[in-house]
Design a protein around this ligand. Sequence first.
Ligand SMILES: Nc1ncnc2c1ncn2[C@@H]1O[C@H](COP(=O)(O)OP(=O)(O)OP(=O)(O)O)[C@@H](O)[C@H]1O
Ligand SMILES: [Mg+2]
Length: 82
Amino acid sequence: PFAKRPAGVKGKKIAIGNFKGGVSKTTTAMTLAQGLSLFGRRVLLVDLDPQASLSALNGILADSEVSDEQTVLPLIYGDVDD
Ligand SMILES: Nc1ncnc2c1ncn2[C@@H]1O[C@H](COP(=O)(O)OP(=O)(O)OP(=O)(O)O)[C@@H](O)[C@H]1O
Ligand SMILES: [Mg+2]
């Protein structure tokens, strides 16, 4: 049902945030991505939460499968600038 994004037009960024815990932020991000994918959109999910539950929902065990260097942590610490 969605028209394809014309060449040269940038993709949209959607951030899910709330100060309160346990109010469905991660679930909203996941189901929004799933829904957009089912409508034919290409979706990149970026998990910025150290809790990494969005990664876990996608089958990635952050504790054992992801090193700090593979996350945004070095950028946040200022160790890298890109
Ligand atoms: N629409 C819903 N109906 C019922 N349960 C829900 C719904 N949305 C989320 N939940 C449940 O509520 C709990 C918290 O959801 P979720 O982890 O998405 O919240 P969160 O805001 O990301 O939490 P946190 O602050 O810990 O990151 C989970 O167990 C999730 O399965
Ligand atoms: Mg969460």
